[in-house]
Write a protein that binds this ligand. Sequence first.
Ligand SMILES: NC(=O)c1ccc[n+]([C@@H]2O[C@H](COP(=O)([O-])OP(=O)(O)OC[C@H]3O[C@@H](n4cnc5c(N)ncnc54)[C@H](OP(=O)(O)O)[C@@H]3O)[C@@H](O)[C@H]2O)c1
Length: 332
Amino acid sequence: MSDDLMHALVATKPGGPDTLQFTEVPVPAPARGEVRIRVERCGLNPLDVAARRGDAPWFVNTWPAILGIEFSGIVDQVGEDVDESWLGQSVTSTTTMGGNAAFAVAPVSGIYRSPEGIDADTAAVYRGACHTAFRILEMYGPPSGSGAWVLVHSAAGTIGPILTQLAKASGARVIGLTSTQEKSDWAAQFGADHLVVATGDDWVDPVRKILGDEGIALAVDGNGGKAAVRNLDVLAPFGTAVFIGASSGEQAPALAPRLLIPKALRVAGFSLPLVEALQGDTARVDALIVDRLRSGDLKMPIARRADFSDLPALHAAFEARELMGRTLIRME
Ligand SMILES: NC(=O)c1ccc[n+]([C@@H]2O[C@H](COP(=O)([O-])OP(=O)(O)OC[C@H]3O[C@@H](n4cnc5c(N)ncnc54)[C@H](OP(=O)(O)O)[C@@H]3O)[C@@H](O)[C@H]2O)c1
């Protein structure tokens, strides 16, 4: 391959996994305010899947496109106005697509030095999921030590296991939901008090049975599907349902405001980029998370490590709802 070309997985048009093709494309050059990263690792993030389908036009709206929103590697070139001290640094990028290639460019404002003392696989993919889970609990979680109930949808996803661990560490009790027994068996390692296997709204009755006279203080739902409104049925007085995503791909029914009144419930959305932009204390949160990862109190749920050549098949496995945790791709 000529020095000007690199190996990349290209999404040729919006659609299914069959739109992904390995090909050689020009190595990108960093523009003003950007760095170029020799990619070592990337995650398969649900945003990659949404972007591939054409459902995330704020990230990808021209085709062909290189996906890969979370990746890590070594800075090998800096653009104009970027400090040369970045050269040779090991960094993580979570704000720009492009990680499904040998090289990617990213704005220097969207990269972070990989923390020391945690393994390279974890360093590549912890940021988005760990910061999301941590912030949700900080903003909406029950008081520390209260023993209140937290309901974690998709407890065998990526954010689910992190939420489970952080909620348990804060003294909450956790009920986790998964769609299969295999996922439930895998999720058990993260310490939920109860795991319920269910799809659709089958979880409501089993969760009620576990709760008895009690209710859920915080429900975190990244599926946003037809059963989303059922979270309100299991909330305790003053309970909060936080919606963070739409992994189900389903059209959710409208939520009637009157449903909130009898138990004085709260419904919230959550957006990590918005929270980080407005609160501006990302370094504080990161230090707390990295401490827990270093000590082993928090484990990054990487369920599978795979080669770059496996990525199209992994997109198909994601579509079939077969994956658990984060899937980590090693580029070399
Ligand atoms: N708002 C924010 O700031 C923010 C930040 C990060 C992520 N998110 C969102 O939060 C959600 C969870 O993120 P994550 O990184 O934990 O995702 P993930 O690791 O990909 O897990 C997603 C889970 O979704 C469930 N799911 C339900 N229907 C599915 C379908 N049709 N296809 C595939 N999976 C399906 C699966 O669990 P079961 O089969 O057990 O249900 C899967 O484990 C995503 O929607 C993501 O986009 C939001």
